[in-house]
Design a protein around this ligand. Structure first.
Ligand code: KG4
Ligand code: ZN
Length: 342
């Protein structure tokens, strides 16, 4: 089954053709990041406008690269939640137009479910059940993936998402948006141990995360250094920050694995590209004899290939949208499309 997938939930306009949920026939990503960089973050109005300008060409390229047409594909998939509403609506209305004109089924896909599915494209043998850490710019979750479309949230962030914490810390250290990758590069040049950072816990919910205190600690260290006229060792502070985030994420994930008797561990989302997190997870899983699955780097960030992969399993489970489909800015990953009142 060939699915044309469309993703426009944030600042990437993306389209892909995916076969049977596992084979990437094409994947096109048009990133707006250079423009949003000027403002230190994504400007929703600009994102929507750029999606509207770019979407036709991006979809056309994805079809051409796969040597397919609107007639030859079997279904259209689109991210409908969560995300910036104006941005989501561009991809969604384009997909509805294609579905109407072609008469092909329209499959609604949750963005975070898509991030998890990036692993199905990387690891042909991976099947649920497994335990998944999702760490992106807007989400930090520990999720029990019981089946392709059955999710159970075991832990979540109470404040900032992991990616958000990386981006905010990066800004303090003088890096441009999105700063996660710059912290990663700086951390690789630094050594841990110079700066003391907290490892905040959430009372009574040991699998939940709280990253805002960590971000504040980085801000305070930077301000104190400025006030005292001391030079900040950016590489060492990046190494301490990244190491602490990786320790917290790994520690909570290993507790969740123990509690839920899971020995198959998966990681997903933009922050899963982080070298410190990847090596901390590799070490922890090797020590315990767990199998670890991570998306290849090109599939960690936002893309439409992951949406096309998840769409295949949503389709098999019966998810179909009609032309009343609407975008939803915020929606838990375990909410079924069928139960949605929109
Ligand atoms: O999943 P994603 O592309 O978009 C959302 O759905 O939010 O995640 C973007 C986030 C940003 O916060 C970005 O800084 C972070 O992923 N990120 C990284 C790295 N690469 C991207 N964070 C840490 N280390 C990286 N190498
Ligand atoms: Zn994302």
């Amino acid at each position: 089954m060939k699915i044309l997938a469309i993703e426009s939930s944030c600042d990437e306009t993306a389209a892909a053709v995916i076969e049977d949920g596992r084979i990437i026939r094409s994947s096109v990503i048009d990133s707006q990041v250079e423009e949003h960089k000027l403002y230190g973050g994504v400007v929703p109005e600009i994102a929507s406008r750029r999606h509207a300008e770019n979407i036709c060409a991006v979809v056309q390229k994805a079809l051409e690269d796969a040597q397919e047409t609107f007639q030859s594909i079997d279904a259209i998939a689109v991210t409908y939640a969560p995300g910036l509403i104006g941005a989501l609506l561009v991809g969604l209305n384009y997909a509805k137009g294609v579905a109407l004109a072609s008469g092909k089924p329209l499959i609604p896909v949750h963005h975070i479910r898509g991030h998890i599915a990036a692993n199905y494209l990387t690891h042909p043998d991976l099947k649920p059940p497994f335990l998944c850490l999702v760490v992106s710019g807007g989400h930090s979750h520990i999720i029990k993936v019981n089946d392709y479309t059955k999710f159970e949230i075991l832990g979540r962030t109470r404040d900032d998402a992991a990616g958000e914490a990386f981006d905010k810390a990066a800004r303090v250290l003088g890096f441009t948006y999105p700063g996660g990758i710059f912290i990663d590069k700086a951390a690789q040049q630094g050594v841990r141990g110079q700066y003391k950072l907290p490892k905040p816990r959430v009372n009574g919910a040991e699998l939940d995360f709280s990253f805002s205190g960590l971000k504040t600690a980085v801000i305070n260290i930077s301000h104190h250094a400025q006030q005292k006229g001391e030079e900040l060792n950016v590489n060492n502070l990046a190494a301490d920050f990244q190491g602490t985030v990786a320790d917290i994420l790994t520690d909570h994930l290993m507790r969740a694995a123990e509690q839920s008797h899971s020995d198959k561990i998966v990681v997903a989302g933009g922050v899963s590209a982080n070298s410190g997190l990847r090596s901390a997870l590799e070490k922890a899983c090797a020590q315990r004899g767990y199998q670890l699955y991570m998306p290849k780097l090109s599939l960690c960030g936002d893309n439409a290939a992951m949406i096309g992969s998840q769409a295949y399993y949503e389709y098999l489970a019966g998810a179909r949208a009609d032309l009343s489909l609407n975008g939803v800015a915020s929606m838990p990953v375990d909410q079924a499309f069928a139960d949605l009142q929109i």
